[in-house]
Design a binder for this molecule. Structure first.
Ligand SMILES: Nc1ncnc2c1ncn2[C@@H]1O[C@H](COP(=O)(O)OP(=O)(O)OP(=O)(O)O)[C@@H](O)[C@H]1O
Ligand SMILES: [Mg+2]
Length: 209
């Protein structure tokens, strides 16, 4: 636990927000010479501890913006900084970002416990720490009784909470959520929003949803 605290303190002094400068993404329309402008020259800064919400109609570029921050999509113009570093050359797995996808993207062949613990295993943390951190986050997300089930044995809202748990358990430098509460009923949505906000404030992370 002491180790985890030190890691957190280091992180809060290390990361200093996300900045997008003149960020643009154009997609080629399949089978034509036309282009769709998905993200149109945006300038945006998300400070540590700040929760930014992108609000707009379907197709206005919310997912594309998040995918560019996380590195799954390459901008056609402009630049993204995490802290003081331009991330253009940094692949998604090296950006220390967790993203919860609109479609959850859970691993179907892994149990709920293994899904949540996945990022900690990749980091090769000690077994005991993986167990404690995974169980703590699962309790927070009200998933404790579902450890040994597989994703297709869960409701939509339960799967969404697994995706949230998997994202926060690694305590990343930046949290990105693509409509993370859309499948939850009103009461659970409020609870999850408060829990996510509390975690993100405690860790002083920039977050965008
Ligand atoms: N891979 C792609 N190839 C071509 N066009 C794309 C691609 N991905 C997204 N687009 C287009 O870019 C625009 C922005 O899409 P995006 O998914 O970012 O919207 P969104 O704001 O997340 O919408 P929603 O609220 O429906 O999730 C849309 O017009 C979409 O059709
Ligand atoms: Mg979207």
């Amino acid at each position: 636990m002491a180790e985890a605290k030190t890691e957190k303190n280091l992180r809060s002094t290390r990361s200093s927000g996300v900045r997008m400068l003149d960020l643009t993404k154009e997609f080629q329309v399949p089978g034509s010479k036309d282009k769709t402008v998905a993200v149109n020259h945006i300038d945006l800064k998300i400070e540590n501890g700040e929760m930014m919400t992108l609000l707009g109609p379907s197709g206005c570029g919310k997912t594309t913006t998040l995918r560019m921050i996380s590195g799954f999509e390459t901008p056609t113009g402009g630049e993204i900084f995490i802290g003081n570093r331009s991330v253009e050359q940094i692949p998604p797995n090296k950006r220390d970002i967790s993203m919860v996808f609109q479609s959850y993207a859970l691993f179907p062949h892994l149990t709920i416990f293994e899904n949540v613990a996945y990022g900690l295993k990749v980091k090769k943390l000690p077994r005991e720490e993986i167990l404690t951190r995974t169980r703590d986050v699962m309790e927070l997300m009200q998933l404790t009784t579902m450890e040994n089930r597989f994703p297709n044995q869960l409701s939509g809202g339960q799967q969404q909470r697994v995706a949230l748990a998997r994202a926060v358990v690694i305590e990343p430098s930046v949290l990105l959520f693509d409509e993370p509460l859309s499948n939850l009923d009103a009461k659970l949505r409020e609870y999850m929003r408060d829990e996510l906000r509390a975690l993100q404030k405690q860790w002083l992370l920039p977050a965008c949803m």
